[in-house]
Design a protein around this ligand. Sequence first.
Ligand code: PEP
Length: 249
Amino acid sequence: MRKKLLAANWKMYKTQEQTANFFREFIPMAAAHTRDEIVICPPFVDLQTAVNAASGSHVAVGAQNLHWEKEGAFTGEISAGMLTSIHVTHVIIGHSERRQYFNETDDTVNRKLEVALENGLTPILCVGEVLEEREAGLTEDVLRRQCVRAFNGISAKKAAKLTVAYEPVWAIGTGKTATPQMAVDAHLVIRHEAEEAFGEDFAQSLRILYGGSVKPDNASALMSEREIDGALVGGASLDPISFTKIMNY
Ligand code: PEP
């Protein structure tokens, strides 16, 4: 049985003060929750505040991005080593907003994934199709391409901590959610690609999250699917009560 992972992607929301306030409210509500793994991914400047606030709880803290180099003249970038040095344990890689607005490619996603794994971070690799691709019947092709290229050159041993999030781009921040069946179908494609790349045992233990307008009122239907191993939640994770309701699906 795969333990579900519920991850909050705060995107570019919340100051340090707002982060501390969230954790003050959220940690007591999450204290007894051991059924699922919980990770909060705030903006870089809030990571230390989040790590301090989550210390002593089982809530983990993740970043939303990283650079593949260890250090160097890369203005504005953050390395894997910088994240682990402050006890960040997870990192979102290849979110569609980064692919769409910051020119992330399958190749840079692959490099980021490799470096995250090398540094012991748990990567949450995002894949998903845009609306035109779904309407053109290309969803499977897109997922296959994104997975094949992201996994390229990575061994099963190295990939042990890999987590994938299926995020149909048309469902992110739009209020439109994939039906549980649409998510299951996509997850099966991703699991198949993981099997091709890393073997059957690996694929069976790989966690594949769903992301795209997950809310308190649709979380139960999605999470009750055996194939859906958790959720990556954007907008509805900003409020501690709303995220707690999702956590208690
Ligand atoms: C996301 O940012 O990964 C996401 C799924 O956002 P939302 O839940 O707001 O659709």
